[in-house]
Design a protein around this ligand. Structure first.
Ligand code: THG
Length: 264
């Protein structure tokens, strides 16, 4: 699993406070903790008003890149913001995200043409998030075909099927799994990603729901996860799920992580 560490996000109250106080040490430690816990990419999201977003994101990017060697996942709903901060990235990472809303693809795809950047593509458009699998897959197809015109190969694209809270759609997980299955049949090389916490909105014991959702998503073939790599229970669930899904040869990663070391 490709792990995208989610903790540097201005919508989290403690991070919002740190951004407002320009508390560099706090952000730095979040970057280091996530890198040490196994994050492959560090998501940076300003979560501020658009007027402050470019300056805030640049500040976050500079701190993270100074603290760790991991590539960034630049998280903003505004393609113009991404366009402006892109130059401050020291190495290729992931753009989070495009969708079929407005002209997002038309701004972002030329930006990453001829680079090694990857992109998360959300399956929504000007009509919002579709309720059914077919429309999600249609939107994904349109974005994948557009990307091809810019030489962006399928393996650089992470489709995010935008899982809806289970409390508002009883079939949410089934639709998520169905979308992964259809996409992988059409485009075996395309990646699928997801956040893990939307599923449990409005429910008690959210941790349990999130962990079990992760297990199902791993089994369905999800390639990357936007998650908290410092959450030990979640990482244990991930390792166990990968072993159970046959994604951990000889269960080596799981065993190395959890078998008591026998010395002597
Ligand atoms: N898809 C894509 N991008 C995304 C999301 C997605 N970016 C934002 C969001 N969803 C993913 N990021 C977060 C960040 C923090 C939390 C949830 C999602 C969060 N954090 C708690 C905290 O830090 O206090 C608890 C974390 C925990 O212990 O697990 O809730 O869906 N493309």
């Amino acid at each position: 699993m490709i792990i995208i560490g989610e903790k540097i996000n201005g919508t989290i109250p403690s991070v919002k406070k740190a951004i407002e106080a320009r508390d560099e040490a706090f952000i730095r430690s979040l970057a280091i903790k996530q890198a040490e816990a196994g994050a492959d990419y560090i998501d940076v999201c300003a979560g501020t008003a658009p007027a402050l977003e470019v300056e805030t994101l640049k500040w976050l990017m500079d701190i993270v890149q100074d603290a760790v060697d991991k590539p960034l996942c630049i998280d903003s709903p505004n393609p113009e913001t991404i366009e402006q901060v892109f130059q401050y990235a020291q190495k290729p990472g992931i753009i989070n995200s495009v969708s079929e809303e407005g002209n997002k693809c038309e701004i972002i795809f030329p930006l990453i043409e001829g680079t090694d950047w990857q992109v998360i593509a959300l399956t929504c458009d000007d009509n919002g998030i579709p309720k059914d699998v077919e429309t999600r897959v249609d939107i994904a197809k349109r974005m994948i075909e557009k990307a091809q015109k810019y030489g962006i190969k399928n393996e650089r694209i992470h489709i995010d099927p935008l899982v809806i809270a289970l409390s508002t759609d009883n079939d949410s997980v089934r639709k998520f799994v169905g979308t992964i299955e259809s996409l992988k049949k059409l485009y075996p090389d395309v990646k699928v990603t997801s956040g893990l916490s939307n599923i449990s909105f409005g429910m008690p014991l959210r941790k349990v729901i999130n962990q079990n959702f992760l297990t199902i998503a791993v089994f369905a073939g999800m390639d990357s996860a936007i998650m908290d790599p410092c959450n030990r229970e979640m990482i244990t669930t991930l390792y166990a799920a990968e072993a159970l899904a046959g994604r951990d040869r000889f269960c080596r990663r799981f065993s190395n992580a959890y078998r008591k070391k026998i010395i002597g």
